[in-house]
Design a protein around this ligand. Structure first.
Ligand SMILES: Cc1cc2nc3c(=O)[nH]c(=O)nc-3n(C[C@H](O)[C@H](O)[C@H](O)COP(=O)(O)OP(=O)(O)OC[C@H]3O[C@@H](n4cnc5c(N)ncnc54)[C@H](O)[C@@H]3O)c2cc1C
Ligand SMILES: NC(=O)c1ccc[n+]([C@@H]2O[C@H](COP(=O)([O-])OP(=O)(O)OC[C@H]3O[C@@H](n4cnc5c(N)ncnc54)[C@H](OP(=O)(O)O)[C@@H]3O)[C@@H](O)[C@H]2O)c1
Length: 495
């Protein structure tokens, strides 16, 4: 971080979830803040901080969070947490959402963030004023509108709110009849009829299809890539036909008969309800079409002169962080946490460090080099997905990282700003074992030993968590391999 520049600057942070909170905390750590030069405000539209981790009944359209009652983390907390703030000693390795919510409010209290957070205040619109080189941010609280000006805008509004619905023929009629709903409305298993179809093989679809087995006679789980099955079967019918794994739905048929046809030509009828766990769209309604065009961008090169939201990605954004648009300078705006397939909290900490460094010293962002980096990723994805892949396919893959990429990414951001910190080896090692660890932790919980395993761990610092996770992995390796239930291999889930 360079020395204070001597100018007063105001920073606007959109959203009081994990990203926005970390941005505020890290701004307050800067010499500029301590010298009274920088000021920051978080605007959060909900009544509490914590983002998706704050539960809410599904009354809004769409609901303010997709959080369901049984949700536990799918990463062990020592690699999920902020690097600057561990979960408390004795916290179960894969805690429930309420523990994460408490962790985030403890973080805000510990670093005294609350005075700089305006709750129940929505960012309605944002515009760049080139003449004064500032953002005009329109916010609304309790019906009153204000339009303060800011020097830097940090967008941390999350991307798990607006549901993505498949374009499958016939689905609209099912939705209109209330017979197909998105998983964002799901909270707990409730009787929705004898036969329920769950679409989507991501973490939500995997959890929901498992939970709904407790209240429905038959669950049909449709996914893009059904897991391998032994012995090989064309159609996977488990649990005596009460749990059926299928590929994608090709068409939704007669609503009353609850009929669907799958891409392999097989059919099912008598479906009482369909839950669409088909993911979410990027949605930044406060950015006007003059700054962010909601459509798939044209092929590159050249890079388009303005910013696009394809609903799968924001483009072109250098390092998945700094938008490159001719409408505003890249060092004055940052999008946090656009990436998928990552541990978002520590990634966002590295992103914030880079954002604040570029804000203090815009020369660290060489726009030509950054633009070349974007073109390089485009060409890499084009080569990987093939010439026949559409621009939407490229968009869908754009922010998705393979497991270890996030660690190189964090290191590269630190390298860019001359920060010596690198991701510790144990983090990379544990990340690769996350699914083994989660399965073993569930086993320890099932046999009632988890509490004993974790008691007092963490009192002596992070190294104790590393040792615990290694011990849990060792237990998993040494346990005699049970028959995989129904021949179905476990479905991997990652953030
Ligand atoms: C079901 C589910 C389970 C998950 N499980 C895990 C997990 O196990 N481990 C993990 O690490 N991550 C998990 N994640 C990822 C999760 O998104 C991150 O942990 C984290 O919440 C991202 O923080 P964020 O601040 O980017 O976004 P969010 O948590 O979405 O917070 C964004 C905030 O911005 C506010 N906001 C949005 N628009 C405006 C506006 N215009 N004005 C004012 N405020 C606004 C929202 O109200 C919200 O509070 C999960 C996500 C989901 C949906
Ligand atoms: N802590 C936890 O245990 C937990 C639980 C739930 C969610 N989460 C997190 O919440 C976020 C959202 O998860 P999510 O599962 O809701 O969304 P997601 O990760 O985007 O997954 C959506 C899934 O739907 C599939 N899909 C889309 N259209 C389909 C169609 N027509 N037919 C069949 N499949 C279709 C997608 O497959 P394709 O990609 O092949 O299209 C994808 O696998 C993620 O960050 C996740 O990690 C965490």
């Amino acid at each position: 971080m360079s020395a204070p520049s001597g100018e007063a600057k105001h920073i606007c942070i959109v959203g009081g979830g994990p990203g926005g909170l970390a941005a505020l905390k890290m701004i307050m750590d800067t010499p500029q803040y301590k010298d009274g030069l920088w000021q920051a405000t978080v605007f959060e539209e909900r009544e509490k901080i914590g983002g998706v981790w704050v539960p809410a009944p599904p009354v809004d359209d769409p609901p303010v969070t997709p959080l369901y009652d049984s949700l536990t983390t799918n990463l062990p907390h020592p690699i999920m947490c902020y690097e600057s703030f561990l979960f408390p000693p004795s916290t179960p390795l894969f805690p429930p959402a309420a523990t994460v919510e408490k962790y985030l409010s403890d973080y805000a209290a510990h670093f005294n963030l609350t005075p700089h957070i305006r709750l129940q205040t929505q960012v309605k619109s944002v515009d760049w004023l080139p003449d004064v080189q500032k953002w005009k941010v329109q916010v609304q609280a309790h019906g009153i509108l204000e339009e303060p000006l800011y020097d830097l805008l940090i967008v941390a509004n999350g991307h798990y709110r607006l549901p993505r619905y498949p374009t499958t023929p016939g689905l609209d009629a099912w939705r209109a009849a209330g017979k197909a709903t998105h998983s964002t409305w799901y909270r707990r298993p409730e009787h929705m009829g004898n036969t329920v179809l769950v679409v989507g093989g991501g973490p939500s679809g995997t959890d929901i299809s498992a939970e709904m087995r407790t209240v429905a006679h038959t669950i049909i789980h449709s996914m893009s890539n059904p897991p391998p099955h032994k012995p090989p079967l064309k159609i996977q019918d488990l649990d005596g036909g009460r749990f059926k794994i299928r590929g994608r739905v090709a068409a939704f048929g007669d609503v009353k008969e609850g009929r669907v046809v799958f891409q392999d030509g097989s059919e099912e009828a008598g479906i009482d309800h369909c839950i669409l766990a088909t993911g979410y769209q990027h949605h930044d309604p406060f950015l006007p079409p003059t700054l962010l065009r909601v459509e798939v961008p044209p092929p590159v090169p050249p890079l388009p002169p303005m910013l696009y939201n394809s609903t799968y990605h924001i483009f072109p954004v250098a390092r998945h962080l700094f938008p490159l648009s001719q409408s505003f300078p890249p060092s004055r705006i940052a999008f946090l946490g656009l990436l998928k397939g990552i541990a978002p909290l520590p990634v966002m900490e590295a992103q914030i460090r880079a954002t604040l460094a570029a804000f203090a010293d815009p020369s660290i962002l060489n726009t030509e080099t950054e633009a070349a980096g974007i073109v390089e990723r485009y060409e890499h994805l084009r080569a990987r997905l093939g010439a026949e892949a559409s621009e939407s396919h490229i968009a869908a893959a754009w922010h998705v990282f393979a497991p270890q990429m996030q660690f190189d990414y964090r290191d590269e951001l630190h390298e860019l700003i001359g920060c010596k910190e690198r991701v510790p080896k144990w983090v990379r090692e544990v990340y690769d074992k996350r699914d083994v660890l989660r399965a073993e932790w569930r086993e320890l919980e099932r046999i009632g030993e988890a509490e004993e395993w974790v008691r007092g761990v963490g009192e002596g610092g992070v190294e104790e968590w590393v040792q615990l996770m290694r011990k849990v992995c060792k237990r998993a390796e040494e346990r005699p391999k049970e028959e995989v239930k129904d021949g179905l291999l476990s479905i991997k889930c990652s953030v």
